[in-house]
Ligand binder design. Structure first.
Ligand SMILES: NC(=O)c1ccc[n+]([C@@H]2O[C@H](COP(=O)([O-])OP(=O)(O)OC[C@H]3O[C@@H](n4cnc5c(N)ncnc54)[C@H](O)[C@@H]3O)[C@@H](O)[C@H]2O)c1
Length: 287
């Protein structure tokens, strides 16, 4: 099916690695031009090369989504080079130090998790509204997480940030609907690419240990086959970015957790985290 994304421009934050990488390539396969806005310049360049190999255009713009000025500059660059932004995918998220029980969290660590997972989305939404409104509309797809609705003991701040992203998206959908801008959320379960080449140095799965630990965590918590590939989620993100097929959808959350029904994982979470504790504890204390 033709999604009507050919010659449209999409900005993917955190588009260098893992899920963002998969989203960038999925839009490229639909013929869209891609702006990869990521702190990892080297991996962002690799992703843009792969996008160009698919026959469309792409640029990498070094952007730290926690800095509102850099977010505005990335949107301006997209407008200068490609003439506007049709779709914004706020994908950058997770981050070092995300895992940890509430009792262990410092205020500074909590602020870092909120900066990346909530404020980054906030800053990019603010930056894109004006050019999208001037162009007569557009689509924003925010990447949440399935933990936003059920929580997880080891992710108290991240779960809160993702719940805030959902609430913000619903409010923006109401405010921006009259301007022709749709705002939706895709909330995945566990996502990991098949190969480490889709992972750059700023990804949270950037070493063989972290990659394998995450696979073990996902498999331990989601034994029903819940570990998804970036491509599984990227299809939903292109669907929601397409006015042709999703024109009637705004303010919604698509939760995609594969074959896993969550709800009974507390005991498994404890066991799995304890088994993985050495490397998990390192990521908990990183700045
Ligand atoms: N992987 C999963 O299992 C999973 C599950 C649910 C939700 N999600 C969500 O999907 C999104 C992507 O997750 P992922 O697993 O691919 O993450 P990841 O850590 O593997 O990759 C994150 C990407 O964001 C970039 N990034 C990090 N900090 C940044 C910053 N300050 N500014 C700009 N870019 C930055 C990194 O360089 C990297 O390219 C996140 O919003 C995450 O919360 C992921």
């Amino acid at each position: 099916m033709d999604l009507g994304l050919s010659d449209r421009t999409v900005v993917v934050t955190g588009g260098a690695s893992n899920l963002g990488h998969g989203i960038a390539l999925a839009y490229a396969r639909e013929g869209a031009r891609v702006v990869v806005a990521d702190i990892d310049e080297a991996q962002a360049e690799r992703t843009t090369e792969l996008v160009r190999d698919l026959g469309t255009d792409a640029i990498a713009v070094r952007t730290d989504v926690t800095d509102p000025e850099q977010c505005a500059a990335a949107v301006n660059r997209a407008c200068e080079v490609f003439g506007g932004v049709d779709v914004l995918v706020n994908n950058a998220g997770v981050g070092a130090g995300t895992y940890g029980y509430f009792r262990d969290y410092t205020v500074e660590a909590a602020q870092r998790v909120m900066d990346l997972n909530y404020w980054g989305t906030f800053h990019f939404c603010r930056a894109v509204i004006e050019p999208m409104t001037a162009a007569g509309g557009g689509a924003i797809v925010n990447i949440g997480s399935s933990v936003y609705e059920r929580g997880r003991a080891d992710l108290p701040v991240y779960s809160s940030a993702k719940a805030a992203v959902v609430a913000l998206s619903r409010c923006l959908a109401l405010e921006l609907g009259p301007s022709g801008i749709r705002v939706n959320v895709v909330a995945p379960g566990f996502v990991l690419p098949s190969g480490v080449e889709q992972i750059g140095r700023s990804s949270t799965k950037n070493t063989a240990t972290a990659f394998n630990d995450y696979r073990a965590l996902a498999t331990g918590l989601a034994p029903g086959g819940g570990l998804l590939n970036p491509e599984d989620i990227a299809g939903l993100v292109t669907f929601l970015g397409s006015h042709r097929v999703a024109r009637g959808i705004t303010g919604k959350v698509l939760v995609a957790t594969g074959g896993t029904v969550f709800g009974d994982e507390d005991e498994r979470l404890q066991t799995t985290l304890e088994a993985l504790f050495p490397s998990m504890s390192e990521s908990r204390t990183e700045p």
